[in-house]
Design a protein around this ligand. Sequence first.
Ligand code: CMC
Length: 392
Amino acid sequence: TGMFTLDPGFTSTASCESQITYIDGDEGVLLHRGYPIDQLAEQGDFLEVCYLLLYGELPTKAQKKDFDYRVTHHTMVHEQMQRFFTGFRRDAHPMAIMCGVVGALSAFYHDSTDIADEHQRMVASLRLIAKMPTIAAMAYKYHVGQPFIYPQNDLDYSANFLRMCFAVPCEEYKGNPVLAKAMDKIFILHADHEQNASTSTVRLAGSSGANPFACIAAGIACLWGPAHGGANEAALNMLAEIGHVDRIPEFIARAKDKNDPFRLMGFGHRVYKNYDPRAKIMQKTCHEVLNELGIKDDPLLDVAMELEKIALTDPYFIEKKLYPNIDFYSGITLKALGFPTTMFTVLFALARTVGWIAQWKEMIEDPGQRIGRPRQLYTGSAQRDYTPVDKR
Ligand code: CMC
């Protein structure tokens, strides 16, 4: 056996050095390249944040225009990719479709898979950021049985995405700027979160030299789980299951019961032992969306507000420092925007793509980069001799 330190869940091991995102979990602080998340979400737009994550600085006016143009240039996907979608069952989970289709991009865009070529890396990054909304919207359209809607490049990133999801060819589509702005904020809030499970997956996949499309597909697969990106879907399903404020105590009791595997979805975080700063902005955005849509008495929102109140005052949650996380409010907002719960994690993947790429790019451009190869503490049998099957 080797002399290695066992650290299950990597709670005390840094896997890399990074200059992209800073989190102080005790204080509830999240900075991208030094900028607080609330300032970016309230004052910036998603593509600006993409630029910041990728290149380290906010773009000048000219740089922003150029970047927006270059991303927009890549919004279409190869027409033949439609056949990928139609190969899936209609009832396929959109995340299953995402894993497959995004992985397949490497079979369509050969001229941006050579990771040793800086230009190709850049083109792959732009392609992924640009095509993810198109692919996510196609997954949604396929899911609901409606025709695919092509991107419209004179719209901004989030308005274009909402249109690709909710426009139909038979009637005029009127976008709502308040909802598009909310969508944009949701994307900003999900853009990066340092070395979480899916980002670490992307880095590990990339450390072997795999192409960026394959790496992002690996990230999507990891994000799918309910302990990670799948929590927004799980949180909303839980609110629906609770159904009424009267039933909250029953679920709180279950969450506290050591013999019951049930957890309050949307609560707790590996790093934040304080209010997740993103959850606060998400809560505000949620109310903006509900106001805009004139949704006053949403039963799920009532349950959510009451649940939050109880959890923030209950000794169990206080002692374990379990605060609402971003997924707690994003679910209600996305539902109000018109998305089915199965799309929630897809939207997370769409937004997180830039974080994954920025982290992948940082790793590839690090001259000290080596293949990620964790060691283990072997606990199996000692050496023994093979016995033929008829002697066993
Ligand atoms: N409800 C009830 N108890 C909980 C919860 C919860 N949501 N989360 C943690 N605990 C308890 C847990 O039982 C444990 O108690 P004890 O120390 O008595 O055994 C203690 O708190 C510490 O939990 P842990 O599982 O050791 O903490 P972790 O850092 O390994 O897990 C987590 C973090 C986010 C996976 C977990 O809090 C959880 O499962 N939350 C619900 C799912 C969720 O909302 N996930 C989204 C995370 S944020 C966005 C993202 O990453 O995608």
